[in-house]
Design a protein around this ligand. Sequence first.
Ligand SMILES: Nc1ncnc2c1ncn2[C@@H]1O[C@H](COP(=O)(O)OP(=O)(O)OP(=O)(O)O)[C@@H](O)[C@H]1O
Length: 249
Amino acid sequence: MKAVCVRDVSFGYSEGLVLDNINFTIEEGDYIGIVGPNGSGKSTLLKLMLGIMKPQKGTIEIFGQNISSYKGWGKIGYVPQKAASFNTSFPATVEEVVGANLFSKIGLFKPIKKSDLDLVYKYLDIVGMREYSKRLIGNLSGGQQQKVFIARALVSSPEMIFLDEPTVGIDVKSQQEFFELLDRLNKELKITIAIVSHDIGVITQKVGTVACLGNKKIAIHENTADEHALKDMLRDLYGDNMRILLHEH
Ligand SMILES: Nc1ncnc2c1ncn2[C@@H]1O[C@H](COP(=O)(O)OP(=O)(O)OP(=O)(O)O)[C@@H](O)[C@H]1O
């Protein structure tokens, strides 16, 4: 089954088209990285796939249903850019932040039932943050907060999660742990993952498929360690006038 099907989609703001007649699909179980230069439309594409904005032309289907009538948003988790995601000075504990994503059942920041709390702890365990459950979210480091936001997205048992530049401002070690976590979610829990990043070097080492945005178009590449294929992919993105410097960081 296709998790996302984007057909002939065009979208622009007042300055003109950002995405021009793009087509691609995300299969269930895929782990796809959406990369591209600043301003190439990565966040725009994500907002279209989340139904936050509507394409001016074309259609988007989520799990086989047209997005405009799609009702299964509980199946979709979203981890927004950290800076935009949450007012971290809000005096909420880690378990409250995660539990709040069950609000359709329990009401925002109302006391959490034991069975819901078990669920909250289950996902805090998965992201390795259970011992922080009583701490205020604002007192955690950026990397720790980001793990909590993943648990928050997971607590509603999504079949797919979208992540928008989730590792910005996070140190290399925490980034590594973060990508190991995503890998486990994809392989063990079979969650479909779409992650937006401008960090091609990191992303191409992690994901199964790379979607490159550039020149208002999208190019899909199966990920590969092959340097020639990587060059072709980057040429699609940045044009011929480029040189690759591979490094181990
Ligand atoms: N609300 C808006 N109104 C007008 N133009 C916008 C709006 N949001 C984005 N744009 C423009 O659309 C283009 C694509 O923006 P978008 O944020 O999708 O790119 P991006 O690839 O996510 O960029 P970055 O890597 O810098 O986050 C940019 O030229 C941007 O200036």
